[in-house]
Design a protein around this ligand. Sequence first.
Ligand code: 5RP
Length: 223
Amino acid sequence: MTADQEKQQAALEAVKFIKNNMVVGLGTGSTAKHMILAVGDLVKRGMNLTCVPSSEATQKIALELGIKIVDLHEIDKIDITIDGADECDENFQLIKGGGGALLREKILAWNTKYNIIIADSSKAVKKLGAFKLPIEVIPFATKQILNFLEAENLQPIQRTKDGQPYSTDENNYIIDVDIFKIEDLKALEIKLLKVPGIVETGLFLDTTNLIILGNESGPILKY
Ligand code: 5RP
């Protein structure tokens, strides 16, 4: 089974949790795209769903499929959000933001009753951190934040695209840092979020209810 087939398998398993009249949060990325396509099929078959996208890219795909999209402020709570991850560990801790949508993804996760993470099996790790942790920062403060992260030994690298600073949907920048040697991720999260100009981190430590991993002999569900 290829990684992409595993992503699709996990996505198709996840959409089974969607019921009529639900408000659904739509994640971002290649795994989430399989899920959005499946949600589009549910809508075509007559299911009434209201969806909240986690990025401009996801919104575009959803609208093309005829999925009803609303802004977060138009609803109270999201029933279920299905999103991908860059890494997940045994304790349901995640690194997200490889696709740069971590801020809205975290806002969705925080405002969702039931969060499902879908991924190919390569995303399940013993210890988070082989994947660099994305941190979203205000452009104005980028230089000082880079200095701070350097002093913290986190080996920061500002993300670029086509030779320019990578810009998020919120017009912020992303700095990727190395957290592999860090043991206390909660303490790290608290420390980072105290720094003025750091808007959000890609650490999702306590939002996930269910992880679905693609697998050769059928999807693995972790509750
Ligand atoms: C985007 C994300 C994605 O969920 C994460 O990067 C995984 O992407 P993919 O499904 O393409 O591997 O957090 O900000």
